[in-house]
Design a protein around this ligand. Sequence first.
Ligand code: ADP
Ligand code: MG
Length: 726
Amino acid sequence: MEVKSLVSAVVRLDELTRLSVQELSGIGPSRARALEALGVQSVYDLVTYFPRRYIDRSRQVAIGEAVPGEQVLLVGRIMDARRIPTRGGRVLVEAQLVDASGKVTLTFFGQPYRAKQLASIDGEVAVFGRVELFRRRRQMTNPLVDPIGDKTGAIVGLYSLREASGLTSADIARAIAQVFSTYSEFVDVLPPSLRGFLGMYDVYQAFWQLHFPANEAARQAARRRVAFDELFLLQLKLAQLRAEREAAAVATVHDAHPLVPGKARLVEEFLAGLPYELTVGQLSAIGEIAKDMSSDRAMHRLLQGDVGSGKTLVSVVAMLFAVQSGHQAVLVAPTEVLAEQHYRSITSLIAETKTPDASTGRLFAGMPRPVSIDLLTGSTPAARRRKLLGELRDGSLDIVIGTHALFNDELQFASLGLVVVDEQHRFGVEQRSALTDRVTAQQGSSPDTLVMTATPIPRTAAMTVYGDLDVSIIEGLPPGRRPIETQWARSPLEVAETFALLRQQVALGHQGYVVCPVVDESTKLQVRAVTDEFERLQAAELAGLRLGLIHGKMPSKAKEEVMTAFRGQEIDVLVATTVIEVGVDIPNATVMIIEDADRFGIAQLHQLRGRVGRGAEQSYCCLLSEADSEVARARIGALVASEDGFALAEVDLALRGEGTVLGGRQAGRTDLKVASLSQDRELVLEARQHARAIIAEDRTLERHPRLRAMMQALFGEDEADFLLRS
Ligand code: ADP
Ligand code: MG
């Protein structure tokens, strides 16, 4: 397709966001509605509605030459599509695909709508599938069929469509071609310096080549440019949000100089009392946090580290920075089990640590006293809760650990200096920012925020999902950890060996977990209910051992009792759901058995495995699954092959795609349509670097009017809110 040489109209892309597709000829209200169902309203939406996939016609085979047994791409015309009733009452649809060299029968089972659909196709279709010989006739069963109209060219883009939208891929291509014949240039929003540096197509050529590629190399180059733009505009917005937030609030300034002797007495005293040395990774994360906390910019930092890397300890140091500066700190955990555990372990960690004397502390006059810490969850009794609220208000309570109960409006602080959120993916970020905003309004300065992830997220994904946060990574694990031996038990014999191993470990005085996927028998997946499994194990494989049961539907009191008994070694084996997935830290447990392991995602399996291997003893993780699907092999295989959470996160991203990390993000203009967080890693880094550099010099983009107009067009209020909530 050639652009008419007469045309010379130049248009800005932000103008196209305000131009309805109905302005195009051939698009009336009904087609516009069909396009809207695909998320396409403006002409900009249309030109950025890129093909879902491409057919490479250079790989096409003449129908007469297609060999039975092989997967092939055939292109031809549909003839004689009809429904054939079968005896079983099922519907069979048959059609002939014809080209100059011959014909082949297409057979569709269980797709009655096909008859009408195939009969209505004008022009050529591309058909992809395996040719078989059936009663000496060549046929293809349930092949992929894509109408391509009368388009020629080596590579044909296919657009994704909704069922019954009434639009064909060719209709969309035609509408898009119309845009290109109306305009001869899109004003490029990238600053020229950046464009030159990147050495890519300009935006017009890139869009064009992505829709109508001249060849594969051109398509690749175009994809790269469009992917860069997507990532760059998103990073620009994130950088802007970050800069605005910094400009808006006055932050609490903490005395946080961990490496200067005499400057951070509380933290020094605390570290001196620890039974171990901090790892290099922990020290460097603490260094970054200290720098943030002692500055007058509010800290918004994401702390990443593999399971067991010691994130909790880093957060305790951060909290003590706040306390030694005369402020308070809260730590929010996602479950009561975890809040309870944090409370217990942090209490014993800081037992010997005293708050500074009056000369350093702002809140306390008089003698040093122990750092005070308390626990607040949904099940804290009313009287205790009242007392706690009072102490938070008058400043006699330094640290409070809890669940989302901490987000309650009733909580008033004497001076809240730090909010730590553990395993943040479980919280709505609105809640977290609501707390911060409320406190900021009350005390006139913003508390610092430290967010910890449960499981590593690939760096590039973190830069996108948590793009407005700074990231610290704890490299490495505390010394002396032995690798966990991970096995996949598939056969009944291997399963029996697994439970024998557990019994043997219990005989040696250790403990273990058996994790079952779902609590409720009624789920469609028909996974064994944890209660049934508990009873079954007690009667069979684990007879004679002291078993405990824990699942999310139990009252929190009961959960707490079970955890206490397990911690106190009154229980040998804990049969559990994923309530123990996150954070539980019981070093005497050395065996983790996960039933139906293929039902869990990689991150979850890694997190569960991280419950063992926490002490000096050899630990084992046994993944039970008879499934032999590709998914099972990929997931379980990855776990067996690697214990590195960051490497596993990359595998997960590649396997499951962006959906997993971008999670609930709705379809919108800011979605990544072309860029891939797993494939375009180096583009993400580059986009972020350039975006941050531009915002550092020109926060409101006054000196980049084109970019500014584009940002306004792309990121309405809703989209910006949504980004912050990611
Ligand atoms: P995670 O990063 O998964 O939250 P935790 O903070 O629960 O890990 O720490 C895991 C275990 O490692 C805890 O038992 C903790 O006491 C221990 N630990 C933390 N830091 C060190 C260290 N520097 N040396 C030895 N053990 C440590
Ligand atoms: Mg943890």
